[in-house]
Design a protein around this ligand. Structure first.
Ligand SMILES: [Zn+2]
Length: 64
């Protein structure tokens, strides 16, 4: 359904994202939203204006 909007985003370590409000890529702040058995859900916010730029699911099986 809304599959397309998230592709290209997941699996990346997002450090800067395009912010529509600022009109340019900005550094992001991540905030832990949810801890699920299958991973952790983070939201990313523009560090300049605070606009929410995206949500990312981090697989708990990553790493070791
Ligand atoms: Zn912004």
């Amino acid at each position: 359904m809304a599959e397309k909007s998230q592709s290209g985003f997941q699996g990346l370590t997002a450090q800067s994202l395009y912010c529509a409000k600022c009109g340019q890529a900005q550094p992001v702040r991540s905030k832990l939203l949810l801890v699920l058995p299958q991973g952790e859900k983070y939201a990313y916010f523009c560090s300049v204006c605070g606009e929410r730029l995206g949500i990312r699911m981090v697989d708990s099986q990553q790493g070791k």
